[in-house]
Design a binder for this molecule. Structure first.
Ligand SMILES: Cc1cc2nc3c(=O)[nH]c(=O)nc-3n(C[C@H](O)[C@H](O)[C@H](O)COP(=O)(O)OP(=O)(O)OC[C@H]3O[C@@H](n4cnc5c(N)ncnc54)[C@H](O)[C@@H]3O)c2cc1C
Length: 448
């Protein structure tokens, strides 16, 4: 029996488990997660109003109920279990631990109250136990730095009104917190031109179609022609983005000033500011009040700061500029890139990485399947060359270790109990009312 451990039950872990289970029939696959719940960012990153995207968990559910696959929740590799212990008990290890750390802006004022990372904010409104109790400071104005889909997700969630979120997957406390926030202005800040934005036109259209959004962008921030440096695969999306932005109110104001869309009662004003980078955040009484931006000069894909500055009055700053993985003791890690050190997915003999912890925080859920398919080929080729693999105990050995440390893993059946309890306590047409603390979930399945 080939004993396989996968660390992380997000999309990458699930995809690789699915493929290996089919390709190595005589295998037992143990899918570990530090949380008592499976599915990684599908549960705790994907926006709560995107229920169709979250529905991929149904496919993963079927995987977890298979006979040779075991979900082992509530086990953090690196604290509850060491890498050395894991290697002693498994033939093959795949690290699929994602990239949960927000990239830093590395500017003065980043530690002021009211400054958050997009990961923190999306975990907060998704009820992830690490951030569910964040209670972010929201008042009139929020600046979101970054031009990817995560930035748009956050802008959309912060602009939506109670009725538009009531049947989403957002937990009650977050919804109540947003209800009381009354955000009037959202600034979306991009380092380069609107043509360089990496968000998809579908996400942009969804945001701009909200009835309670009043959006505008300076016309001189939208290139007349698509710049040559935009790669072939991105050009169609960029064209669509520009067309959507051109259709907004335009202004003759100089681009050095933040544009002010018309304020209509009950609407959130959405300001697109492009070709600008954050240089510092200043505040009063330790609370962020002003975001300082420098205008950039663009030459191809290169943005160079000029000597023109913009000040934006804000209460909250959210950086949505990518994520890094968390290192795990004794596993080779590339701190500069924020990923595990690997060669085509291989960390060392019998140990591999896949998904965001391997290639960085790029790519949507299906991209992780492509990654998993390629990695499975490498793993199988390596395994076929393994002469006389030693006997490994797999989970029975791990289980003894965990018992000795009084650590209680959460099984797939335990997860089903948590899942059913969340579904049962949901009001309206919500899919579930999430438990937001691990202690609560563990008590429910007598594992506290
Ligand atoms: C805010 C946000 C919104 C997104 N929205 C979409 C979307 O709408 N559509 C889309 O297609 N893609 C979306 N994505 C991208 C998508 O979520 C990723 O492509 C995908 O989740 C990456 O999968 P992963 O398995 O590598 O990492 P993750 O999904 O992060 O899974 C990693 C898992 O590893 C576990 N783990 C971490 N460390 C340890 C440890 N030491 N021991 C045990 N377990 C550990 C974590 O608890 C987690 O469950 C979004 C991403 C973000 C950040």
């Amino acid at each position: 029996m080939v004993q396989i451990a996968i660390i992380g039950s997000g999309p990458s872990g699930c995809y690789v488990a699915d493929i290996l289970a089919k390709k190595i029939p005589d295998s037992q696959i143990d899918l570990f997660d530090k949380l008592p719940t499976p599915f990684g960012l599908v549960r705790a990153g994907v926006a709560p109003d995107h229920l169709h995207t979250k529905n991929i968990t149904r496919q993963f559910e079927r995987l977890l109920s298979r006979e040779n696959i075991r979900f082992v929740g509530n086990i953090n590799l690196g604290t509850d279990l060491s890498y050395t212990e894991l290697k002693q008990h498994y033939h093959i290890i795949v690290i699929a631990s994602g990239a949960p750390l927000d990239n830093k802006l590395n500017i003065k004022g980043e530690n002021l109250n009211g400054v958050y990372g997009a990961g923190e904010i999306s975990r907060w409104y998704n009820g992830h136990p690490d951030s569910a109790h964040l209670n972010p400071h929201f008042s009139n104005a929020v600046a979101i730095i970054g031009n990817g889909n995560v930035a748009l997700d956050i802008a959309r969630i912060l602009s939506k009104q109670h009725q538009q979120l009531i049947n989403s997957d957002m937990h009650q406390q977050a919804l109540a917190h947003l209800d009381s926030a009354c955000i009037k202005d959202i600034y979306l800040i991009g380092r380069r031109s609107a043509a360089d934005a990496s968000f998809t036109s579908a996400e942009l259209q969804e945001l701009l179609s909200l009835p309670n959004i009043a959006a505008a962008i300076d016309s001189d921030q939208i290139p007349q022609l698509l710049p040559d440096h935009i790669e072939e695969g991105q050009r169609r999306n960029a064209e669509k983005n520009l067309a959507l932005l051109r259709a907004l109110n335009t202004s003759t104001q100089p681009s050095t000033k933040a544009l002010i869309p018309t304020l209509v009662d009950g609407k959130t004003r959405l300001h697109f500011i492009n070709c600008a980078s954050a240089v510092s955040i200043s505040g009063e009484n330790n609370q962020a009040t002003t975001l300082h931006l420098v205008k950039n000069h663009l030459e191809g894909a290169t943005a160079t700061p000029t000597d023109e500055y913009i000040c934006v009055n804000v209460d909250t700053v959210i950086s949505a500029i990518g994520f890094q993985s968390l290192s795990i003791p004794d596993i080779p890690f590339d701190s500069a890139k924020g990923i595990f050190l690997h060669q085509h997915g291989k960390i060392e003999s019998g140990v591999y990485a896949t998904g965001w912890c391997k290639r960085g925080s790029h790519g949507v859920i299906p991209a992780n399947r492509v990654d998993a398919v390629n990695l499975a080929k490498t793993i199988i080729a390596d395994w076929e060359h393994t002469v006389l693999p030693p006997h490994k105990t797999g989970f029975s050995g791990i289980s003894t270790l965990l018992d000795n440390h009084n650590i209680k893993p959460v099984s797939y059946n335990d997860w089903l109990i948590i899942d059913q309890a969340e579904i049962k306590r949901a009001t309206q047409s919500k899919p579930r009312e999430k438990f937001t603390s691990a202690t609560e979930m563990l008590a429910l399945v007598n594992k506290s």
